[in-house]
Design a protein around this ligand. Structure first.
Ligand code: GLA
Ligand code: ZN
Length: 680
């Protein structure tokens, strides 16, 4: 459990007193108390302060800050400060500097700019973590370790090249196996010596926008860089663990960030935490999906919302303010999907440099009489009142959607069939259909056990990893409903096509084969024509993007294409396989179709919607000790309704008893529990 030492929703965020003079510090504390803030994330970017030169470590400021806050009831989420190497280090040991995608050696500057395979970086980062953990191991203020900050970015330097070759040797053992995996007899790329292999960047195989001549090497380089950064995390983690095995260790992830395989990261972290920065027009269900994905990284354990802005970002093109009520609404959205903390970036807005126009709890005005501060303080009070009854509550889903970063890389790197194919968008289309029905979904990786689910959806499962087809077959044979889409079952782990007809290893279970794949401009639609009415589906729907030309090999054909030379060929099929069913959707359907489809699948499995509500009302349920807590959130700009019927519920936020048709004000939130107050 995240919050056992402070059993409430932690409230606070990144705090950088090193940017301020002493007279501000006491004022900060006064205002933190006003806002109900009890956790500050410290020391995230303070390496240069902590280590002014190679031989000197100085933690006096940090000691004082931790003590001062703790004396005032504020705990610490302790950063390891290794996200920006000090300038002296870059000058003295240039091996810490990255080489970028264009092949340019970086100079000191920016952040997150250290080569993950630099011996200097690794040594000093690990040493810093070790020293911090030793120093603060018994400090009662330290609740959690925050290693680095938002790992990301790739390096293409010579030491990464050497490490890449080492990584390849471990993975493939022989150069012949590499040649085979990358299909290097294409364009005469055969390698004879390991050191002929160079990192794939703009100087070699790749060009801007994830384009590559050789998917094999590009895919492996992504795996390797993700792993290199993960190794850096593990070095710090292990150094810390020696001293404080009882304090959980995290690193703040970035949701759908493309470059790291977060399922591998989740396994290594004690707690998942992440930074949520939607823009004003991000679909609400995309944010919901991302929360669910972050929860999925550790098999459904609650996570920390490590950062969100109380008001606006600075790095978007148009940095819109969160409208009144939205910060609270989105905070509850995170909590409703598994967050046990609500933390901000940051507590006081910087006076200089690039983030001075980034929102903060304390704005440049410097006092509490601001809209943002008032909203933060109100939420702090409200979360404080919720005490611990919801902490560590779980989400129970019968539906899982598979998400896989390596599959995503392979799709993005693919040359053809369509530049418009966007894995995340396709996954989100399916997620959104469940979301609109108020049906809870787990976002899972390919290693997750499937037996606890009734329905598993794997949109665009282009890469079928070793053993995965068998796992899916066992799931369906046992009675599960599985659904996949066009452009699935095409390649193995190395992006080598499974010869013998698509969808390769999934063909038997799906009872179809795909002969060709058509790609049209997304504006060019085809039609999904239902043969008969099937539950909520009847008549016609639109589809676009990719069109698999499939033949049934036993699957029931429920709908056919309405146009083009493949008019009349199957587009929606369902195959009885063992006790279960395997569905294939051969194109990218419109939302009406997907909502009907999802309603059918759920009805077949007896999965009910959490609540009947108007559009724009989001519902999510957390469960603890067999008690259900329904979060109902109105994302509309006006009052909207949902239906309780004869159920009686208590809103934990107002303590009002509710039944029948309920009106929820614009941006309002309710947390509904059973009506027995004694139980609460
Ligand atoms: C990230 C970082 C923070 C800060 C914010 C600004 O999430 O972790 O340090 O830069 O972005 O949005
Ligand atoms: Zn490097």
């Amino acid at each position: 459990m995240i919050n056992d030492r402070l059993p409430k929703f932690w409230y606070g965020g990144d705090y950088n007193p090193e940017q301020w003079d002493e007279d501000i510090w006491n004022e900060d504390i006064r205002m933190f108390k006003l806002a109900g803030i009890d956790v500050a994330t410290l020391n995230v970017f303070a390496w240069a302060l902590n280590q002014p030169n190679e031989d000197t470590y100085n933690f006096k400021e940090l000691d004082a800050t931790i003590d001062r806050l703790y004396a005032n009831g504020i705990y610490t989420c302790l950063g390891t400060s290794t996200a920006v190497h000090p300038a002296w280090m870059a000058k003295k040991y240039p091996d810490v500097l990255r080489v970028d995608f264009q092949g340019r050696k970086r100079k000191f500057g920016g952040r997150h700019n250290s080569c993950p395979n630099s011996p200097t970086y690794r040594t000093y980062a690990q040493r810093m973590a070790d020293k911090l953990a030793e120093r603060y191991k018994d400090h009662p203020a330290v609740l959690v370790w925050h290693v680095f900050n938002e790992y990301g970015g790739y390096c293409y330097c010579d030491q990464c090249a050497t490490a890449f070759r080492r990584w390849l040797k471990e993975r493939y053992e022989t150069i012949e196996a590499v040649n085979h995996a990358w299909n290097t007899s294409f364009w005469g790329h055969t390698f004879y010596e390991w050191d002929e292999i160079v990192p794939p960047n703009i100087l070699s195989e790749e060009w801007e926008g994830n384009r590559t001549n050789f998917q094999g090497i590009s895919l492996d380089y992504r795996r390797f860089q993700s792993n290199s950064l993960l190794e850096c995390f593990k070095l710090e983690r292990d150094a810390i663990r020696k001293h404080t095995p009882h304090i959980p260790i995290t690193n703040n992830l970035m949701g759908l960030y493309p470059e790291l395989d977060y399922f591998k990261w989740g396994k290594e972290m004690d707690i998942v935490s992440w930074d949520n920065y939607p823009s004003i027009d991000t679909p609400i269900s995309m944010t919901a999906m991302t929360h669910d994905l972050m929860r999925g990284l550790k098999g459904g354990q609650p996570f920390m919302l490590m950062e969100q802005t109380p008001s606006q970002q600075n790095w978007q093109a148009y940095n819109s303010l969160k409208r009144p009520g939205v910060m609270r609404l989105w905070s509850y959205q995170a909590v409703s999907r598994g967050a046990d903390t609500v933390l901000f970036f940051q507590l006081r807005r910087s006076a200089g440099a690039t983030e001075k126009y980034h929102g903060a709890v304390i704005e440049h005005a410097g006092h509490e009489n601001t809209r943002v501060f008032r909203e933060v303080a109100e939420l702090g009070k409200e979360l404080g009142k919720l005490s611990d009854q919801l902490i560590d509550a779980r989400i129970e889903a019968k539906v899982a959607i598979v998400f896989d970063w390596e599959n995503r890389w392979a799709i993005e790197l693919s040359s053809g069939p369509s530049i418009a194919l966007d894995y995340v968008k396709e996954v989100h289309k399916y997620y959104d259909a469940f979301y609109q029905h108020n049906i809870q979904v787990d976002m899972i990786g390919v290693e997750e056990d499937l037996s606890k689910y009734d329905i598993v959806i794997a949109p665009v499962l282009y890469m079928v990893k070793e053993g995965y087809a068998n796992k899916l077959e066992a799931f369906v044979k046992g009675g599960g409903t599985f659904l996949t889409t066009f452009f699935s079952g095409i390649v193995n782990d190395n992006d080598l096509v499974t010869i013998g007809g698509y969808p390769g290893e999934l063909r038997n279970m799906l009872g179809i084969w795909a002969e060709e794949i058509d790609a049209l401009h997304p504006d060019n639609k085809n039609r999904i024509v239902m043969k008969d009415k099937v539950g909520y589906l009847e008549g016609e729907y639109e589809c676009n993007l990719l069109f698999d030309l499939i033949h049934s090999e036993g699957a029931e054909v429920l709908a056919v294409y309405g146009d083009d030379f493949y008019e009349g060929m199957p587009v929606v099929t369902k195959n009885k396989f063992g006790e279960g069913n395997a569905w294939y959707i051969a194109s990218s359907p419109d939302q009406d179709f997907l909502q009907g489809l999802v309603a059918n699948l759920c009805e077949e499995k007896g999965i009910k919607s959490l609540l009947n509500s108007n559009k724009g009302i989001e519902v999510s349920e957390r469960v603890k000790n067999n008690k259900s807590y329904l979060f109902v959130m109105n994302h509309n700009d006006e009052t909207s309704q949902f239906e309780l019927g004869t159920d009686k519920k208590i809103d934990l936020l107002t303590r009002k008893t509710l039944t029948g048709t309920i009106s929820l004000e614009a941006r309002g939130v309710m947390i509904l529990a059973s009506d027995m107050l004694g139980d609460l």
